[in-house]
Every structure is written in C-alpha cells, then in structure tokens.
Design a protein around this ligand. Sequence first.
Ligand SMILES: *Cc1c(COP(=O)(O)O)cnc(C)c1O
Length: 385
Amino acid sequence: MTWQARINSALDDRRAAEAFRVRRVVENGAGRFLTREGQRFCNFSSNDYLGLSQHPAIIRAWQKGAERFGVGSGGSGHVSGYTTAHHALEEALADWLGYPRALLFISGFAANQAVITALMGKDDRIVADRLSHASLLEAANLSPAQLRRFAHNDAGQLAALLDKPCEGQQLAVTEGVFSMDGDSAPLAALHEAAKRQNAWLLVDDAHGTGVMGDEGRGSAYQQNVKPELLIVTFGKGFGVSGAAVLCSESVADYLLQFARHLIYSTSMPPAQAVALSASLAVIRGAEGDECRQRLAEHVARFRQGLAALPFHSPDSQSAIQPVIVGENGRALALAQALRQRGMWVTAIRPPTVPPGTARLRLTLTAAHERQDIETLLEALHDAGE
Ligand SMILES: *Cc1c(COP(=O)(O)O)cnc(C)c1O
C-alpha cells in the first residue's frame, strides 16, 4: 500500500462511520455567544465554565503583562524563561491548593505526558479509570510501564488490580470530573485503595478546577482528599490556557530533572502567567463564588427540565451535561436542529466516547443567562417530539 492509499483509506473509514472530524472557523468561540460568519449562537460547547475568558480584569492583566514582559518567554524555564510572573503564579497555586509546590506546563496534555513519562519505568504499573482522558491514556501507552484499566469509578476493581504482584511502583490514575459524562470520581475510596498498596494517586481535575469546592479548589479539596499528584488545567474554569502539577518538594525537583516537556519546551508567555494570576484572584474571591452559584443554578434548572424529556442522560451535577442519543447520525441531526435555532452544541462520537453512545455534550457556564437555559430546554423538547 502506498502512503497515499493508506491516507485515503483511513479518511474513507472515518467518513463511512460518520465520524469524520472537521473544524469550523469561528469569530469567537468562548463566553456566552459563539459568533460565526456574522451569525450569533448561544454557546453550549465551550469549557469556559465560569465565563472568565471574557473577564475585563483578566484581559487587562494579560495586556499589562505583555507591556511589561513582551509577548514571549524566550526559552524554557531551565534556560531563561522562568520569570517573576511564572514564579508568583506557582506560589499562588501552591498556596491555594495546599501543596508544597506547583510546576507550570503549557497545557494539560503536556502536563499529563510529562508527569507520567517522567515517573513511570518498565517494571511499574499504571492502573487508570477506563474513561480517563485521551492525554492520560496516551501518556500511559507511551511510557514503558504496564497499563491496566479499571471499570469506571470502581474502587474495588482498582484495589484488585493493584493487589496483583508488581515489581516496581504503581500509579492509580483518574479524573476529578469526567469530561464526557460530567460525573465525579469517588476520590476517597480510590485513594484508600491506592494507599493499601503504597501506590500513588494522580488526579487530573481539568473540569473541577475553579468550579468545584470552596474557593474553586476543585474535586479533591471538595472530597477532602489529597492526591500525591494533582493536575489542574487553565483552559477550562480559568478561561485561559496552560496547566500545573501540584506535588511535594521532592517530586517537583524530580520533575525539573526528568520531565522533558519542562526542559525542552518554551515556557508559557509571562503575560499569560500574569493573566492566570488575575484569573486565580477572581476564582478565589467573592466574584468566583457568584459565578459558581450562577452555574449551579443553571445546572439544577437544566437537570429538572431534562428529566421530563425523552433523552437518556447520566447523573451529572457538573457543568458538563451529556444528552446521549446513541447513533452518530442522530447526534449530528440533533446538533443541527439546535443550531438552526441559534444554539451551538457539539455532537461527540466514538472513538471519543464508547460505540453506541454518541451524544450532545452540552456545557453550561456562568456566562449564560437563565433564559438561555429555558430556550435550550424548549429546543430539546421540540427535537424530542
Ligand atoms: C481538557 C483536558 C485535558 C487537556 O488539557 P489542555 O490544557 O486542554 O491540554 C487533560 N485532561 C482532561 C481530563 C481534560 O478534560
């Protein structure tokens, strides 16, 4: 088979499965509205859960940061790219979440790859929730360690897998809030299972950070659990981009030696770190509380309305509200019907979700108005008829 034949065949398979992915150019895709080709849609697709991507003080912080530091960091943190802005943000994150250290990464994807590949050796074992994010499973596959997956949120099965003999170290991996179903992991039970075998627990709280718990400290804090490794990301609740790993002093020093994404990659622009510090200040303060409260009201109203409609939906108390329809074609048609009524929603299809569970993945945010939720429910009602 030639290169061209291989590419064509892979594309044909995707089209045949109605799983061909395209991007759509938008003028603005975060915040309450998505605008595209001059048309405005109410945005139920972004992960900007608190609406902070459009926050004036955070925008100003980024501008001021750029004026002070320029637009780029100039190198990796090991060379010359670790500025006072990066340092201040790491200190603030560690203080907020109650860890000795925080290390910044340019994305959650990079953080997961870096941490897992730096820590895991060939005699080791990773035991990950079956529904873990692609970045976690891919990192696990890239590392030389053995990968085992436990049934979603099943602490008993995690314990059973960890009990099997292992020559090296074991790492249990899960998310705080799952990106496709919006449900939460039972972190205390998972941590107990890990501790019994001296395994460490890594929690990727991409969707809980800023959104759950007191001062937005996330899923682990809310559940009174302190995983050895906590990943927080800034493209969602923070409304910006980037990520951090929260850990002990020695693990931070270890990652600075062995995490290649830190050593061989340009650090985030200092201005972005300034914006992230501003975002953190909003999240921790009274305004953050108001955002979380408004989001909780939207979620409660949506769940109440959806219960009366003929759709299957898992029990999610988070901003992520899946509406499972089954077939790929049906999910696309439903997304299209909502789009015609001025609402931007995303159909999620396998392999991102298990076969037969194509869905709309609706995200509610603090930027929405009460009326937006009512309009969404009416449109789902009409589509369900
Ligand atoms: C979004 C997401 C990531 C990736 O984070 P980025 O900063 O967007 O690269 C990692 N893990 C989970 C669970 C996510 O939802």
